[in-house]
Design a protein around this ligand. Structure first.
Ligand code: T46
Length: 138
């Protein structure tokens, strides 16, 4: 599985770091929604779904957390602990977020407004969806 980590340009000087993100230029899609997760304890595991169309960049702005990615064939775990790095997650990718450190803030830049219709929240349905998509592309 190809993990797409984007290293955003850092403007560093004696005052600290500044990162600017421009949607089409840096992400490749217009940002329609921003949301963030904070106050998640270390025992918590979130996500457990895939999306049909949604594209997102996940950035851990403070602290760290791990993201499990599952494309229906392979699983990978990515550690996010750098506010200048974004993890791209496209359609048909199961994700779980876990191991949040105290004070961790996970910011998500999303290509679509919120739509529950875009979610696949059942793992068996996700595998079926991937299989059908593969068959359709052959
Ligand atoms: C994702 C991962 C990384 C809204 O009303 N609007 C929103 O934009 C979002 C994202 C959520 N909600 C509501 C829906 C639920 O009642 O907030 C509640 C918690 O959402 P959910 O259980 O889906 O949260 P996570 O952390 O499991 O997943 C979220 C995103 O939903 C998902 O798209 O990729 O973060």
């Amino acid at each position: 599985m190809e993990i797409k980590l984007k290293h955003f340009k850092k403007h560093c000087d004696s005052r600290g770091q500044l990162v600017a993100i421009e949607d089409e230029n840096d992400l490749g899609f217009p940002i329609k929604r921003v949301y963030y997760i904070y106050g998640a304890s270390n025992e918590v595991r979130r996500g457990f779904h895939a999306h049909k169309e949604l594209q997102q960049y996940l950035i851990c702005m403070s602290g760290e957390c791990k993201i499990l990615l599952d494309d229906g064939h392979e699983k990978e775990v990515v550690l996010l602990n750098d506010p200048s790095v974004g993890l791209y997650i496209g359609p048909s990718m199961w994700r779980e977020m876990f191991d949040f450190t105290p004070g961790a803030v996970l910011v998500v830049l999303a290509s679509m407004h919120y739509s529950e219709m875009d979610y696949i929240r059942d793992y068996n349905e996700f595998i079926k969806y991937c299989t059908e998509a593969n068959e359709g592309s052959q």
